[in-house]
Design a protein around this ligand. Structure first.
Ligand SMILES: NC(=O)c1ccc[n+]([C@@H]2O[C@H](COP(=O)([O-])OP(=O)(O)OC[C@H]3O[C@@H](n4cnc5c(N)ncnc54)[C@H](O)[C@@H]3O)[C@@H](O)[C@H]2O)c1
Length: 424
């Protein structure tokens, strides 16, 4: 059994100034196992740095090297990494990551066990093909691609791959969704699921290098780029295949003044989406990107009860999200309401702790502990989330509901979806 599984991690004491007199040889509770794996991070921007931070916090894998096409991103990532190391007790510090000079050298370093692709969406498929030549385990950020054809090609390539590819749909690991999935799919507290409502109210998309997330062709469109997280969750809660999608989406003007290389931003920033599933379940999703703060809400209604999961992140006044889960079972069982949260150090490391547990699932799989016991997103699940998102974008353009069977045929996806589609 590894040291982590038999001892609690007591970071507060490990790092406390008054505990630094304990010699390394006398450390038992404060002893930290050296990382067993080495990662290369490709794309050292916002999420690449979050993965660097989280990998170090989890401690099971070292960040061996980074690659980025922009020197500024490399310099900032290294400076932030160094500041994090400096805050650790001396015996725990890791050397600075090496900086690769090409994508090929980052992917083929024999010292590295796994690659994390954290570049903008429009680069994913090209970077992935180079990464796959290495035969190493690959973590690919969401959305897996900007087009359905590249996403389908990724699923096909992943099938014959000697290692595995995990998609970065990490909202599955947010505390409220872990607990909600457990209540609905494992405990089955709500009975048969009939309706799912999900919403995100948030500020506009943040600034990015070259503003790739403000353009449909570079990002795949807003519903693909960001909302694939929610469509992935809705697909999981429905436990069925989507059959019809209708959406109304548009722009509220917040990016009207944003131009790059003479092009004006063209992404949507608000939407309503309605999804029908083949088991009779229906779902809706609401997006608003012109709100002062971040609020997500999930409401699932089944034949025996209702569940409401809420996350609020008030960036102007608080530094941590407040998260709650309410279960209403009427006369079928015990109702309850609880506040949820991961350990503060984990919550603060990024995306309210979800990234940390996503890493743990990736490393479990790397260690062969379970085929995919951690419940991480597969390329096929990534493709289904993109299918709903893409159909919603198509619907909002045409004003018509999209029948997924016809949409799948029209996009040449039937063969790659295989059994999962013919069951539809
Ligand atoms: N899972 C999540 O919740 C989550 C959150 C944020 C971003 N993301 C995803 O992560 C990816 C990156 O987003 P971000 O917010 O970090 O963007 P970003 O703009 O902050 O960073 C992207 C970095 O990639 C670099 N880059 C661009 N092209 C490259 C290439 N071909 N090779 C190497 N480096 C390259 C850029 O210079 C930049 O440093 C996107 O796919 C995004 O959708 C996922």
């Amino acid at each position: 059994m590894s040291i982590e599984t038999i001892k609690p991690r007591l970071r507060f004491f490990e790092a406390a100034a008054g505990q630094q007199h304990i010699p390394e040889t006398d450390k038992y509770l404060y002893a930290v196992a050296p990382p067993a794996h080495r990662l290369a991070i490709i794309g050292a921007g916002t999420i690449g740095q979050e993965h660097m931070r989280v990998a170090r916090l989890l401690g099971r894998a070292a960040v061996h090297g980074i690659f980025d096409s922009e020197q500024r991103s490399i310099d900032i990532a290294l400076a932030n990494y160094a500041a994090q190391e400096a805050s650790l007790p001396e015996g725990q510090r890791q050397p600075a990551p090496i900086v690769y000079t090409s994508l090929e050298s980052a992917c083929n370093d024999s010292a590295v066990d796994a690659l994390m692709i954290c570049t903008p969406n429009y680069t994913h498929f090209d970077v992935l093909k180079v990464a796959m030549a290495s035969g190493k385990a690959i973590f690919l950020e969401k959305p897996m691609a900007t087009t359905l054809s590249d996403a389908a090609a990724t699923v096909a390539l992943a099938r014959d791959y000697q290692s595995f590819i995990q998609i970065g749909l990490q909202y599955r690991y947010k505390a409220q969704y872990v607990e909600s999935l457990h209540e609905t799919l494992e405990r089955r507290s709500l009975g048969a699921i009939k309706m799912i409502s999900m919403s995100e109210y948030r500020p506009p998309f943040l600034d990015k290098v070259e503003q790739w997330n403000k353009f449909n062709d570079l990002s795949g469109g807003t519903l693909v780029e960001k909302c694939c997280h929610y469509f992935d969750l809705i697909n999981l809660f429905a436990g069925a295949l989507p059959t019809r999608v209708y959406a109304s989406a548009g722009q509220s003007g917040v990016f009207d003044a944003l131009t790059r290389d003479g092009r004006k931003s063209d992404i949507d920033d608000n939407a309503f989406v309605v999804i029908d599933y083949d088991n009779g379940c229906r779902a809706n999703f609401t997006l608003n990107m012109c709100s002062p703060d971040f609020t997500e809400q999930l409401c699932v209604v089944g034949t025996r009860g209702r569940l409401i999961a809420t996350e609020s992140f008030d960036v102007h006044h608080r530094q941590e999200a407040t998260t709650s889960l309410k279960l209403e079972l009427g006369e079928f069982g015990a109702s309850r309401e609880s506040a949820l949260g991961y350990a503060s150090v984990i919550e603060k490391s990024g995306h309210h702790g979800a990234t940390y547990f996503e890493h743990a699932a990736f490393l479990d799989r790397l260690e062969g502990k379970a085929r995919n016991e951690g419940g991480a997103a597969t390329p096929m699940q990534g493709l289904w989330s993109m299918l709903v998102a893409s159909a919603a974008q198509e619907s909002s353009k045409t004003g018509k509901a999209i029948e997924l069977a016809a949409y799948i045929e029209a996009n040449g996806l039937a063969s790659v979806l295989g059994d999962s589609f013919t069951a539809n």
